[in-house]
Design a protein around this ligand. Structure first.
Ligand SMILES: [Zn+2]
Length: 196
């Protein structure tokens, strides 16, 4: 049984313990009374952002029909993504994290906690910072005539994986391509055409 939607949509991680996987309904939460976040005092004093708060926001959108992956990509564009965030994996140990990839990983993790999903990330993990890697769509422009400085106007789409903290954002490249060579390459793949 999943969590009651209203417990997700109307609740707050500041006073509902979403780490408790047995807490499923608003009725249960009301009977328990408010369960204040363990980090409440430090949070109020530091005025730092909180991955739990945004993880819950992401979970709300998922409940309303969005996908977790889409919401994580949207979160990359929030203006405070490079700021420090409080984070916790269990509700009693809190630490501050910084860096886009880690913040996104933490927000995804808490959204999964709220939604009672398992904790596995839907994204590849960056070996350097342990944050998540994203995919960026880039367009390469193809130059067919190496003598000419202007492009052919042709572009080719590809997707490049990158860490939003450790790597620069992928950009399209200029590819010099001889059209005759391209035809020759294609013939190698398909083999010489048979005579009709
Ligand atoms: Zn990284």
């Amino acid at each position: 049984m999943g969590r009651e939607a209203r417990l997700i949509i109307e609740g707050s991680p500041c006073n509902v313990n979403y780490f408790d996987r047995n807490l499923l309904t608003v009725k249960q939460a009301v009977e328990q009374g408010l369960v204040y976040c363990q980090n409440r005092r430090a949070c109020e004093e530091s005025k730092t952002f909180c991955t739990l708060k945004y993880g819950l926001e992401v979970a709300k959108y998922v409940i309303k029909g969005s996908t977790l992956k889409k919401e994580i990509y949207e979160f990359l564009d929030v203006p405070f993504i490079d700021e420090k965030f409080w984070d916790s994996e269990n509700g009693w140990e809190f630490l501050q994290i910084k860096g886009k990839a880690l913040a996104l990983r933490a927000v995804e993790r808490f959204a999964n906690t709220v939604l009672l999903n398992d904790n596995k990330s839907a994204f590849p993990i960056c070996e350097k910072c342990s944050g998540i890697e994203l995919e960026e769509r880039v367009l390469d422009s193809i130059h067919e005539d190496p003598e000419s400085l202007s492009g052919s106007g042709k572009t080719r789409e590809r997707f490049e994986q990158y860490c939003p903290t450790c790597d620069p954002k992928p950009r399209g490249k200029i590819i010099n391509e001889d059209p005759a060579k391209e035809i020759a390459e294609e013939m190698k793949i398909f083999g010489p055409r048979e005579k009709e």
